[in-house]
Every structure is written in structure tokens, then in C-alpha cells.
Design a protein around this ligand. Sequence first.
Ligand SMILES: C[S@@+](CC[C@H](N)C(=O)[O-])C[C@H]1O[C@@H](n2cnc3c(N)ncnc32)[C@H](O)[C@@H]1O
Length: 445
Amino acid sequence: MKIEARKESVKILRKIDVEGSFSHLTLNDALSNPELSDMDRRFIMSIVYGVLENKLLLDYYIRKLSTLRFGKINHEIVIILRMGLYQLIFMDRVPDSAAVNESVKLAKKIGNRYGGFVNGILRAFIRMQKTIELPDRKRHLSTHLSILYSHPEWLVEKWLKAYGATFTEALLSANNSVPELWVRVNTLKTDSDTLIKDLAEEGVDSHSATILPDALQIKASHSQRIETLKAYKSGLFSVQDISSMSVGAISGVQPGDFVIDVCAAPGGKSTHMAQLMSNKGRILARDISPQKIGLIQENSERLGIDILEVQVFDAMKYDDTLTGTADVVLVDAPCSGFGIIRRKPDIKYNKSEADLQALTEIQFKILETASEYVKPGGVLIYSTCTINDEENGAIVHEFLRHHPQYVLTPVSGVPGVTEEGTVQLFPNVHASDGFFIAKMTRRNN
Ligand SMILES: C[S@@+](CC[C@H](N)C(=O)[O-])C[C@H]1O[C@@H](n2cnc3c(N)ncnc32)[C@H](O)[C@@H]1O
């Protein structure tokens, strides 16, 4: 039975590597196969995430042990080797013999000649693992950390400069850990206590978080697909990290407000604000992606919200019909996503420093454009799911320098509040995604 799960894992990892498919979407799709048992699902989740999280480390070992140059090895064989090594190093419950034998069987399916090659490398690893050294920590700290925690070296260097060695190592390690699962109670349909009972009836343990009033932490096994629960289908909750919930929590939206969310898909924050507005008022939820905009509509219907109006619109373009009209404008900007590496490990390999530069220009332009829609006395919120200052504090400070009609409004009552009153969350500190929020108010004159 395991051979099927392993075969499926090779397929998924290949899709992510070769076709550049997103890990979470590819996995969700594969795991929805009803023929998979819970055990298979758990195995596939752990091995796919594990291999992605530790890719640079696993490849480092393959390079050390292979007689063939890494670039010359058949790509599927590389994946099988990564999976085999991952089982040997990290999956205590899989006996070494099973990890090797099952990998050899998979390799032989691709070509009989590969069996010996895979067998040789995995057995050599078992014999030699204690003696294979990583790059020297004292002399090459960034290279050492880059391999040990499988993050690109340029990113490690950047974080070492910004946060120092101890914090960076904790951050890298947290990025390879399993994230907490938080849900937001839909207060339009239920309350925390009732939802906890409803979830328990479906076999799901949950408890209230003291941090935010409508947040529940779920103890769901990896294999449990939240979207299949009755409570989810009936719109009693949304899956949302506490970092994202903090945006709604500090927004100050009131029933009757007019809110514009310029980067809204799939609608997590828009639907939260609709709840906080008791489904009274109007929310214009826009996004550039026609595919994703449908998700806002879907979520809004499931949650019983009818004040959301969705539109495909490029937030870089100025819409003069909205000038000075909104009580609250949210810019939940497209960003590097380095705060959510735990959920989408492929993010760390797919971005370059040049991408960051291009992103900051887009972020600044969207913030400037959206700021025109706020009415005097209204609120402008800027947020990202990243931890890089140039996409966060630096954007906000530059914006405030050019727009003296705005002042920074310090926030409270949420985790991660900085000295100046913005929010900066880190996965290694706050048990949440890495996230940034700044709240600004437009002066009355
Ligand atoms: C961080 S996500 C938004 C998440 C959303 N606010 C939520 O809470 O569910 C950023 C969104 O920005 C959208 N986006 C990227 N560039 C955009 C642009 N120029 N105009 C509008 N939306 C854009 C992306 O399609 C993506 O859905």
C-alpha cells in the first residue's frame, strides 16, 4: 500500500519541480483523491512537504554520495533519492530497510539500471552519514545555514544582516516546522462555544485563543481536509491565520461603512471585515486575477455575506470615481511571501533579489493609488505576509514622507505590535505566519 503513496509523492514532487505548480494547490488536488486512505494522505503530506522544506540539504548529500554529476542524474531519480534520504533522516517511523527497498523499487520502475544506483547512494548514506560534514559553520556561516535549513544563501545573508545569527537560525528552523491551524468563527452564523461543540461532533478538537476573540486553534491531523467538514460547508468558519485576522481586528470597521479592499482575493480579510460590520454597509472587493475573484464570491456566499461587491481591477490603475469616498481602504499587497514559507515551502526557492526590487515598486504604486480613495478622517491599512523591511516599514515610511496628509496610527490588542505601533509577526516568535500591518489615518483637512 505504501508503494502507492510513494508513487503518488514522486508524481506530486515532479509536478512542483518541473511544471512549477504551487505546492499547496498540487497537494490539495492530489489529496482529494477519495481512493487514498488517511494513512496514505498523512504519508504523502509529510514526505512532500519534508522534501520541499529540506531540498538543499538532501541535494547536498546526493552530490556528496553520487559518482554521477548531479546535473546528469535523471530528474525522477533525483526525486526518489530525495524522498529516500528524507525518510532515512527525518521519518523515524520508517525503518531504514523499508526506505531503501521501496526507493529501489520505485527507481526500477523508471529503468532497471537505476535500482543499483539508488541502492548504492542510500546505503552509503546509512554507512557514512555521521562523517559527511556540512560547510564549516565558523568560516562559512551563511553557507552552513543555507544547507542545514535549505534556504537560498542570498536570503540567509539578508536575514543575518537584518536580524543577527541567533534570530536568523530560529527563523530558518521555524520556517521548516508544521504551521498552526487557525480558523475564524463566522460570527454572522455562530459563536466560538457553539462552533467548538459542532467541530467536536465531527471529530475535530479546537480551542479558543486568548489572542483574538474570534480565533480558534484546530488540532487537525494533516490528512483531515477541513473543506470537507460539515461546519465548513455550512459557513460556520473560515481558515485564516491569526496574522491575517489581526488586519480585521485593527481595522476599526463599523456597520454601515464603505470599505475598499484593492487586493482582495480569495477574500479572507474582506469577509472578516464584513463580519465585523455585521453584514451592514458596503465592501468593494477587487483583485487583478479573474480566476481568484470567483473565490471571493464563493466564500462570501458560503459565509452568508451579501455586502461584498467583487470586481476585477488592477490596483495600479487610478479609479477617479472612488476619490475620497471610503471609510477604510485595505492594501493587502502582493509580496515575496517570505512569512508563509511554512505553508508554501517552494516560495523560498522561487524568488530572487531582483524580484524583491520589482515588488517594492508595485507595492508603493498600489499604496499611493489606493490612498486617494480614503475620505478625510478615514483609515488606510497596508499589510503583507512577509518579514522583509523593504516591503514593509520602508514602504510605509516612504509613503508617509510623500503624503503628509496621512499619519501613522499605532495599533493595539493584537500580537507583534512594534515600538512605533505597526505589527511585525515572525513564525519563530509569535506562532503565526510572518506578517506586517500598518494603520494610517487621513487627516481631516
Ligand atoms: C496577499 S494576496 C491577498 C489576500 C487577500 N487579501 C485575503 O485576505 O484573502 C494579494 C492579492 O493581490 C492580487 N494582486 C496582485 N497584483 C495586483 C494588482 N496590480 N491589482 C490588484 N490585485 C493584485 C493577487 O491576485 C492576490 O490575490
